[in-house]
Design a protein around this ligand. Structure first.
Ligand SMILES: *Cc1c(COP(=O)(O)O)cnc(C)c1O
Length: 363
């Protein structure tokens, strides 16, 4: 029994997984059609020469770019590709002529490696206030702060790597634009997962997580009026991978993006409802947070190594999840959590198996 009405279709489009794959936040499972698009292009490259093969598919490459752009609220000519989300952020910060001592405001869920990029460049980082125990940005407090002081830009993880909390990005963008502050959104965990048309000036993300495209493809969208034109595209490119991503995006559009987002929210909610209060594990998001990332804090006294051992034990039982350590969101605290990130093919009995396993590991 699938949790989502899209479960059967999504599952049937893919190879049978070797275990319950509850780890889309690390890398989602690609469909057969995505894999076929990639391999078909690799054959074509060998037959015709890679540059001829790419030229012959220029129409498809262009329409893939439009499809991806529409998902993230940009135009096709505003999209550039890199090999990962992080490479996209690096390229952006390298080409953006920001003041030497720039100030950036981030939220509590900021991804640790992004903070490293900011620190490396000497930016002053400040944390925006959160309005609840979950770490959602308090947009009223933010609006107030921005009356007195404006950073060079706001950088926000739409969804972080260590929590299923969805930040109110559309509202943050509205508020920031009232005072002329540009907003950069890390969509690595949100694209293909929740609505991502937000009005943000700059966005970037990756193919391999919720979109279930291949690894090695990242993208950035820079609104034309946000920056003078910068050349972010890398000259060398994994064209087959971009074509695979194109198929993955077209699958989301074919199902209907709003429907995909709604069903993933349902998957997240069902997971939280099922696992809430099992032994002494604690679900860390609101039960109805509209995302499919679910994090569980371990029983009191557990060390990061214990959480890693729990993850290994789950894998031994045929259940793939992540043990997420605090480097992923260093501003949010110190503990490690178990992160479950099921996609649309989550089954009720996957959750029963996780629940049983957690119960035996509770104390
Ligand atoms: C995975 C992730 C990234 C990095 O993506 P890569 O493609 O591996 O560089 C950035 N931000 C968040 C929130 C992530 O979860």
């Amino acid at each position: 029994m699938y949790v989502s009405e899209l479960g059967e279709q999504w599952h049937a489009a893919r190879v049978e997984p070797a275990f319950a794959h509850l780890d889309s936040a690390s890398a989602g499972r690609s469909s057969d059609a995505v894999i076929e698009a990639i391999t078909a292009h690799l054959w074509r490259e060998s037959e015709r020469g890679s540059y001829v093969a790419a030229d012959e598919l220029s129409d498809e490459i262009a329409s893939d770019r439009r499809d991806l752009a529409s998902l993230v609220g940009h135009t096709a000519d505003e999209i550039a590709f890199r090999e990962s989300a992080r490479a996209s952020l690096r390229a952006l910060l390298t080409h953006w002529s920001l003041p030497v001592a720039s100030t950036v405001w981030v939220a509590k869920n900021e991804f640790g490696p992004n903070l490293v990029e900011f620190e490396r460049r000497g930016y002053a980082v400040r944390v925006m206030p959160d309005g609840d125990i979950y770490g959602h940005v308090d947009t009223d407090a933010l609006e107030n702060m921005l009356q007195f002081e404006q950073p060079d830009f706001i950088h926000i993880c739409h969804i972080g790597s260590m929590s299923g909390v969805v930040q109110p990005v559309t509202r943050i963008v509205e508020i920031a634009h009232q005072v002329g502050v540009p907003v950069v959104v890390d969509m690595a965990q949100s694209v293909g997962h929740v609505p991502t048309v937000t009005g943000a000036d700059i966005i970037y993300g990756t193919s391999r997580k919720w979109l279930t495209g291949p690894r090695g493809v990242g993208f950035v969208g820079v609104r034309r009026d946000a920056l003078r034109h910068v050349e972010i595209d890398s000259s060398e490119a994994f064209i087959a991978g971009r074509l695979g991503l194109g198929v993955a995006v077209s699958e989301v559009h074919a199902t209907g993006q709003q429907r995909v987002f709604r069903e993933l929210a349902k998957v997240g909610q069902a997971t939280r409802e099922r696992l809430h209060g099992i032994a002494s594990w604690e679900v860390l998001e609101p039960i109805d947070e509209p995302s499919a990332i679910v994090t569980l804090a371990p029983p009191p006294g557990w060390q990061p190594s214990d959480v890693a051992a729990a993850r290994d034990k789950l894998l031994g039982l045929g259940i793939l999840v992540t043990a997420a350590d605090s480097w992923r969101a260093p501003l949010a605290g110190e503990g490690s959590v178990l992160r479950l990130s099921p996609h649309l093919d989550l089954r009720r009995d996957d959750l029963d198996r996780v629940a049983d396993a957690l119960r035996t590991m509770g104390y």
